[in-house]
Design a protein around this ligand. Structure first.
Ligand code: BTN
Length: 325
């Protein structure tokens, strides 16, 4: 979007009611014909702008798009989103962010996409990424931590997604170990973090976040491994993608700033409180075989699950599927 069009939108949002063409042309320092061209371009982008003779223009509604200028205008963050890249269609925002990070992109760089053609899920799975309905984003971070501590940032992103869901809907999500976001037992968001590291430190971490916002049932693939849903399907109300994106990035920024000062403790505490298995009896299966039953105690500093079995021995579990019983 053109910078001047961004300023027109900003004026619509800060000044109530109609704004005359004359006022807009004075504020932007351009002719009224130029204003008219920007208004036409905004309308072509899906903005509904009413024009009434002798009163001026009024913004009636905005499209459900995630224009980076619009996201930027809503950010209060200091690090996350200081550089924003938006792609209408890309293979994978994680792959894009990884390349940018290798080329030296600043910490806090965010890649957003409207659609992905090769969305990556965990364990080599595909992440369904249709256009115009969901959130697909990847964030570059460069924390001074050891490689084995990197999973802490996945837990941090799960907490940020949970907070954003609570702030933008009436829903209460749960987190399932290791890092699925569930509503009513169905998966609504997934996290895929990737990193580049040396033995003694991290070059960068990519936080990959996919949230099913307004997806409808027919848009889900048929061969889903586990039940999935979207915020729209669960709440019956469409989610404003722009609001969700900016809320999520602002929450990530707060959590990350806190993490750099106080470490993993506060994130771990909030993650455990939000975990569907917290303190409960669970069965952990590996590749479909039920192997261990016990009480879910929490997570270790490297993300391993802590499970206390009947013989009161504490086990560290690093992979498997957890079922609450
Ligand atoms: C999972 O399997 O649960 C993880 C899914 C992660 C999907 C997101 S969408 C944005 C980012 N880009 C990708 O290619 N994957 C992640």
């Amino acid at each position: 979007m053109h910078q001047k069009a961004g300023t027109i939108l900003h004026l619509f949002r800060t000044e109530d009611g109609y704004i005359s063409g004359e006022h807009l042309s004075r504020e932007l320092g351009v002719s009224r014909t130029a204003i008219w061209k920007h208004i036409t371009a905004l309308r072509n982008d899906g903005y509904h702008i009413e024009a009434v003779p002798s009163r001026g223009y009024r913004l009636v509604s905005s499209p459900d798009s995630i224009d980076p200028l619009e996201v930027n205008a809503r950010l209060v963050s200091t690090k996350v989103g200081r550089r924003l890249e938006f792609m209408k269609v890309t293979a994978s925002t994680n792959a894009d962010a990884f390349k940018l990070a290798e080329d030296g992109a600043v910490e806090g760089t965010v890649v957003l996409a409207d659609a992905q053609t090769g969305g990556k899920g965990r364990r080599g799975r595909v992440w369904a990424s249709p256009a115009g309905v969901n959130l697909y984003c990847s964030i570059v971070l460069r924390p001074a931590i050891m490689p084995h501590e990197a999973p802490q940032l996945t837990f941090l992103s799960a907490v940020a997604v949970a907070r954003a869901i609570e702030q933008t809907t009436k829903l209460t999500p749960e987190i399932k170990w290791p890092n699925d976001l569930l509503i009513d037992g169905k998966k609504v968001a997934g996290l895929l973090n990737e990193m580049s590291a040396e033995t003694d430190g991290i070059n960068f971490v990519i936080l990959g976040i996919g949230v099913n916002l307004n997806m409808t049932s027919s848009e889900f693939p048929d061969d889903l491994r586990q039940p999935a849903t979207s915020l729209f399907l669960e709440s019956g109300a469409r989610v404003d993608r722009l609001l969700f994106t900016s809320t999520l990035l602002n929450e990530l920024d707060k959590l990350y700033a806190d993490f750099l000062i106080h470490g993993f403790g506060p994130v771990r505490e909030e993650w455990q409180r939000r975990c569907n298995a917290n303190g409960r009896q669970v069965l952990v299966s590996d590749s479909g075989t039920e192997c261990t039953g016990g009480q879910f105690i929490g997570i270790d500093s490297d993300g391993a699950m802590l499970l206390r079995t009947e013989d009161t021995i504490m086990h560290r579990i690093t992979c498997g599927d957890v079922r609450v019983i």
